[in-house]
Design a protein around this ligand. Structure first.
Ligand code: PLP
Length: 369
């Protein structure tokens, strides 16, 4: 089977995890926790980073840190993994769904303003599959309407927007280290900010707002959260981060190779990379247009028969039971992309032979039934 996206573990993971076990520093305090935060902040060029137990927790933490809560509205795409939408719900706010761009699959900044009401508190762009949203326009809207911007950069670690790292343009950025992401800790997440006050507040909230008094008793001035990552996993993350540049190089070169193979296939729209971004191509994704020989779902089945794993684009969240009643703009592009988009194998370990095999199947089926 050629998998969709599996981890690449080839560095110091064993060594650093063993170090935690040998020294007994396995829990949520330890040198690797600090090191992972420092190294990650350095990598994305953010002032500070706060490690969390997963990406969803990082997004929830970002919302709480910025004071988003009961009665507030947050503008978010419907074409996304459900995490950011659930996180909005966890804090008592309401998601408002905005459409996406047909070519980049991410939040259509031109459709945000019509959804803004006096209740709107934040905009939450989700850079799905790697391509960054139009952050200049989003930040400009946010400034004019006095809103916060939280970037869900879980799928775009390593992508760049106008020379800066994705996740560092908004007030807070969030990442995930789930097993299918560019780098993994098994499960984990990170929150970053260029505003030290936000980052410090996030750290405080994520550690049960614990204050250690002079007599060593714990005092908690607010309701906090245990969103900490254990040292064991942070050690794994430090090792993964050491190889991130290499991983990115492979991803980008594989996307280029895919493009070369699929560019001429009638009815297959290959992914774009706008001139103002660098796309990490976390999941190499194409759109199966009506002119293609078979429908997207049939293509998924036929790829599976050849031992190739693929996946449809995210099922839009606005039609799911918990969110059916939420406000939304026109979501035609979202629905269209859900029906036609497909993620193809994208692991760092993917070879050109694998890509040749996937491409041959797509080319062959494209000729019709
Ligand atoms: C777009 C998006 N947001 C948030 C998350 C949440 O990350 P986690 O699974 O680490 O909670 C994921 C992935 O899992 C994701 O794909």
């Amino acid at each position: 089977m050629i998998p969709l996206s599996i981890p690449e573990i080839r560095g110091n993971e064993w060594k650093y995890v063993k170090d935690c076990i040998d020294t007994g520093w396995v829990s949520s305090v330890g040198s690797y926790v600090d090191l992972f935060e420092i190294k990650f902040a350095e990598y994305v060029k953010a002032k500070k980073a706060v490690v969390t137990m997963n990406g969803t927790a990082a997004i929830q933490l970002a919302l709480v840190t910025l004071g988003v809560g009961e009665g507030d509205e947050v503008i978010v795409p419907s074409l996304t993994f459900i995490s950011p939408v659930n996180a909005i719900k966890y804090v008592g706010a309401t998601p408002v769904f905005v459409d996406v761009c047909r070519d980049t699959y991410v939040m259509d900044a031109e459709k945000i303003e019509e959804l803004i009401t006096p209740k709107t508190k934040a905009i939450l762009p989700v850079h799905i599959y790697g391509h960054p949203a139009d952050m200049d326009m989003i930040m400009d809207i946010a400034r004019r309407h006095n809103l916060f911007v939280i970037e869900d950069a879980t799928e775009a670690l390593g992508s760049e927007y106008k020379g800066g790292m994705v996740g560092t343009v908004g007030h807070i950025g969030c990442y995930s280290f789930n097993g299918n992401k560019l780098i993994t800790t098994g499960a984990g997440g990170m929150l970053v900010s260029n505003n030290e006050e936000y980052a410090d507040r996030a750290k405080f909230l994520s550690t049960q707002t614990k204050v250690v008094l002079e007599n060593k008793a714990f005092y908690h001035p607010e309701v906090g959260y245990n969103f900490r990552m254990p040292n064991l996993l942070a050690a794994f993350g430090v090792a993964q981060l050491e190889n991130i540049e290499e991983f990115l190089k492979v991803k980008r070169s594989n996307a280029k190779y895919y493009n070369k193979q699929l560019n001429e296939v009638k009815g297959i729209t290959i992914p774009v990379e706008k001139e103002w971004v660098k796309n990490c191509f976390w999941l190499y994704s194409v759109v199966v247009e009506d002119e293609y020989g078979i429908a997207r779902d049939e293509l998924i089945i036929r790829l599976k028969e050849k031992g190739i794993e693929s996946r449809p684009f995210f099922m839009p969240i606005h039609d799911m039971p918990p969110y059916k009643m939420c406000k939304r703009g026109n979501l035609d592009v979202t629905n269209d992309l859900y029906n036609k988009g497909i993620n193809l194998p994208s692991s760092v370990g993917l070879t050109h032979e694998d890509i040749n095999l996937v491409s041959e199947v797509i080319k062959e089926l494209g000729k019709g039934k």
